[in-house]
Ligand binder design. Structure first.
Ligand SMILES: [Zn+2]
Length: 74
């Protein structure tokens, strides 16, 4: 009985740690490292925007010319 409870507790803790690691880690370190439009690697200062400067400018240009067709993500 005690063994089962210990194993269950250990499994819960490992699962929880894994879930926390997944929730924290890749979300920040992987997402946004590449342009969502052209796939180029982004400089660190561009990562919050999710786009390289060229695609960002293109998106802004598009939004200016066709406001209703603007990218909802940008
Ligand atoms: Zn791009």
């Amino acid at each position: 009985m005690a063994d089962d409870a210990d194993r269950a507790q250990e499994m819960i803790e490992r699962t929880l740690e894994e879930a926390i690691r997944v929730a924290r880690g890749p979300g920040r370190s992987l997402r946004g490292t590449h342009c969502q439009d052209c796939g180029d690697a982004l400089a660190p200062h561009r990562r919050p925007y999710g786009r390289c400067i060229e695609c960002q400018e293109r998106a802004e240009h598009r939004a200016t010319r066709y406001p209703r067709a603007g990218d909802p993500r940008g």
